[in-house]
Structure formats: C-alpha cells, structure tokens
Design a protein. Structure first.
Length: 396
C-alpha cells in the first residue's frame, strides 16, 4: 500500500531540490501521496494538471513556463499523461514537473533530465546515486525529528541561496560567501552552492574556504534563555499570549530581519533567545514589561490574582520591577467602546493599595522555596476570603 512517506527520502530531496531534476513516477499513485513531494518544491509555485482533461499538454505547459509573471517559477504535478504526451514532455525545455504515469513507461527512460522511478520495486532507472554525495541530504533528515522541521531546514538552505545569488549579482565575487554559509558545516557548502547555480542559473566565483567560520563560532557562544521563556509561557495563559504577541511586534519594529535566521522569524522561543543575546542583554526592558501589563489588561482586565501571578513571573526572572510603578499607566488608558453595543467601557480600576501588597521587595525569592511556599499559601487564603466577601456583598 502506498503512503506519502514513501517519497520522503534523501534521494527525492536530492533529485527535486538539490539537483532540480524532473521526475516520472510510475505506475499510478494516489495524488495525496504524490503531493507529499511538495516538501521538496520550495522555491516553486505548484500546480496540478490532469492530462485527461486537456489537449496539447506539452505546448500549454511550455508556454506557461516561459511566459509566467509570477516571482517564482512553476512546478507542475502532471497526472495520467499517455505515452505520446509524455514523450513530448521529455523533449520540452525549461519545464519543471513531477509526472505520474499509469502504465509501464520505462522504455522512455533516456538521459537524466527526467529521472524515472518505478515505485513497485523502488528503483530509479536512469540515475546512479553512487556518483553523488548525499551526505547533506542525509544530515538534514537525521537532524529533523518531524516533517515540519525538515521543511524549515530546507527553507533555510533556500534562504541562504537567495542571499548568495544577491551577493554574486551585486559584487560578482565570493568574498562574503563564507559568512553567508557559516551556519552550515563546510563539508556541505558545495551542495548549497550547486543548488544556487541550478536554481538561479548563475555562475558562482571560486570560493576560498576559511579555516573556521567566525559567525558559527560566535553563535556557539550565545547563551540559551529557553528556561526564562518557558517560565513566562507556563504562567497564566493571558500573560503568555500577550508576551508572544509583543515579542513579534518588537521584532517587526526594532529588529532588522536580515540579521535573523528563518527559524527566528517563525519560532517565538528562538526569537526570544536572539533578543536576550543581542537586544536585551540586561533583561527584558522595563518599558516592554509596562506594555506587556497594559496588553494583558486590555485583553482580560487585570484581576488582583493575575497581578500576583505577574509579580511571581517577574520574581522568577529576577527582575526588580515594582508592580505599583508599572501599573500606574493603566489608570490613564483611553476608554474603549464595547464591540456589541457601542457603549463606553472603562478599563477595570486597579487598586494601588492592594497592588502595593505585591511589591517585588515583599515577595520572598523563589530560591528560598520554603519561605516562598508559605507566602503563596498565605496569599491563596487571602484571595479565598476576598472571594467569599464578594459573594456575600462585602466590600474589598
């Protein structure tokens, strides 16, 4: 029985992505399984074409390939062509495609621009892998636990290739290429450079490899602040959600995206590590924390319990911020309109007298666990009493 994972192999990564080859797969396989190859088509717009419903297949595809206004080239998934249509495709120029043929078409396997694959016996008919080094492809698979991680790693290669192409076009030399490639082991550089040559159809000047990669060395010296990030995310959901959104907002306004890796753009934990190493070396800025509290209050209206949780998070992060000072701006927030009724709603008033109870200086350090535990239990008792008073109509 076919599965999508039949095609998720280093060999298909090598052919479709790194070598930019066309494929002919036979006999017929289910489209949803064939489409698993999408993971290797980064850099292309993909289009399905059922050849049973159109005429002049090769002419249409060749015309569209040469006259497209898209910023990315198109790769076609062509389904069920007859033998004559397939032969015409083999003679086409400038076409990128994966063909799924129904019958046995191995007699048409000739040359290596279209690599034929018999899925029944899992054999490539006209391509010898013995002549090619698949070490990088195998490395990418071994270092990727999931399909999504593999996709992101391939995307990182494509991103570096784009920078190499821009550098070669602008400077026409290879002086800065080692810096662009420095996130990868030098033994994989040639695979990335070859992909760049094939995808962009560009000549790359001869590259002199340095004895070491200075950028990679500096990355290895960076500290890991993942524990801090986990403390924040494991707190109240409103606190964690607002933090992630503000981190992305900070990145878009204050950080040059060209300095970020692909995964730092999409994964907030990796972005947080970057910020702590490069922008927030002394800790999260007080201005950011104030914006953070304000954002939580807008989303959820800060209750006294949440202020306690906020202060606990700040204490765990060893930040000496005082909640009374940080929350003073909440009193002057503009009034917001109710989405349903259009009426004016005042933000919930924060009682400064109550907040002062939770000043950072009055909360025991988390490192003194017994004292900190007793403080937490006492506050829980106080909150329970406060809740009972509210239910009975008592005052705060």
């Amino acid at each position: 029985m076919d599965t999508g994972y039949d095609f998720i192999t280093p060999e298909f990564l090598h052919l479709i992505f790194f070598q930019q080859k066309n494929l002919v797969i036979f006999p017929y396989t289910d489209v949803k399984h064939l489409r698993s190859l999408d993971i290797f088509t980064i850099g292309f717009d993909t289009v399905d074409i059922d050849s049973t419903s159109i005429h002049n297949l090769s002419e249409i595809i060749e015309y569209e390939s040469n006259n497209s206004y898209s910023q990315q080239p198109t790769l076609y998934f062509i389904l069920s062509p007859n033998e004559e249509e397939l032969q015409n495709l083999l003679n086409s120029r400038g076409v990128r495609c994966v063909v799924n043929a129904r019958g046995n078409v191995e007699s048409l396997a000739n040359g290596d621009e279209f690599v034929f694959y018999n899925k029944k016996n899992k054999a490539f008919l006209n391509y010898s892998f013995d002549k090619h080094d698949l070490a990088f492809e195998q490395h990418l698979f071994q270092s990727s636990r999931t399909k999504q991680v593999l996709h992101d790693e391939i995307l990182k290669v494509k991103s570096v290739a784009s920078k190499i192409f821009a550098e070669v076009n602008e400077a026409n030399n290879s002086d800065n290429l080692p810096n662009l490639l420095s996130d990868f082991d030098q033994k994989y550089w040639e695979a990335i450079l070859n992909f760049t040559r094939l995808y962009y159809d560009v000549e790359i000047p001869e590259l002199n490899k340095p004895k070491y990669s200075s950028k990679k060395k500096s990355l290895n010296l960076e500290k890991d602040f993942s524990t801090e990030y986990e403390i924040i995310l494991k707190s109240n959901s409103a606190i964690g959600k607002s933090f992630v959104q503000l981190v992305h907002d900070y990145r878009s306004k204050r950080v040059n995206s060209a300095n970020l890796e692909v995964d730092q753009l999409f994964y907030p934990q990796k972005l947080y590590n970057y910020l702590r190493n490069h922008h927030w070396k002394k800790g999260i800025p007080e201005e950011f924390v104030s914006d953070w509290i304000r954002a939580v209050n807008q989303d959820a209206n800060i209750e006294e319990e949440m202020l306690v949780e906020f202060q606990i998070v700040l204490n765990k992060l060893n930040y000496p911020f005082s909640l009374p000072a940080l929350t003073s701006s909440l009193q002057t927030q503009p009034r917001a309109k109710s989405a349903k009724e259009g009426t004016v709603v005042k933000p919930k008033k924060v009682n400064k007298r109550q907040i002062s109870k939770f000043n950072a200086n009055s909360i025991p350090s988390i490192h003194n666990f017994q004292e900190f535990r007793q403080w937490i239990l006492k506050k829980i008792d106080q909150l329970e009493i406060l809740g009972e008073n509210k239910l009975k109509g008592g005052s705060d």
